[in-house]
Design a protein around this ligand. Sequence first.
Ligand SMILES: [Zn+2]
Length: 201
Amino acid sequence: MCLATGINVDDVDPTDGYNISRRAYESSRRSWVDHMRWDGLSYFYVRPHLEKVVASWTRRRPQLIEGDDWAAAGASAHLEYWQEHGGRCRSDDCLIHDAGRLRFEAGYASGDRERVAAWTVGEAHATLTGPHGREADSVAIPAGADEYTALCTIMDRWGEDLTRWSRIPQEPEHQPAAGEAPQSAPGDAPPAPSDTADRLF
Ligand SMILES: [Zn+2]
C-alpha cells in the first residue's frame, strides 16, 4: 500500500508495512502536539496512548526521535495556548495544570450507601471508609507513586468494581505561623491497618 503511493522502500517497516518516513514521523508528532495543545495530558487517556506511539517510533526510528520529547513539546503548547485563553484548560484531569495536591476518591457500591477509597498525592496510605464514615481498611501506597500506580494498588486491594473515580484539588497545606503549634506533625505514624480488613472482602 505504501509502496503503491510512491513512498521510498527504506521508509516502509518491513515487518508490518508501516510508513516510517521522516514525513510520517513529523506528521504523527504534530498531531500529538496539537492534541495536547487543547487537551493537555491525562494519566488515564492521553498519556498511555502517547507513550505507546513514542515507544513505537523509538523502536522503528530511534535516530529520528532521539532527544525529541513529544510530551514536553505538547506541554509547552498546552500552557501557551491556555495562557492566551483564560489560563486554565477545561479538562478536570489535566496533569499539566495540576500544580497542587490532589485527593482521589474511588467509590464502591455498598447497599444504598457507598464505601470510599481515598488517597492524597504524596501520602503513604490510601484508606477505605465504610458506609458509616468509619475507616475500615488501609493500604500502603509505594513512595513516589503516580496516580496510575495508586489506582492499581487501590483496585488490587479493594476490587475493580468502582462506581466512580474523582480527583479533587486540595488547598495548599496550611503553614503554621511562627509560634503556632502545627496541627499534626509531619512524619506521624500512618494509621495501623484495621483488623477487620480481611473480613470485608
Ligand atoms: Zn491543562
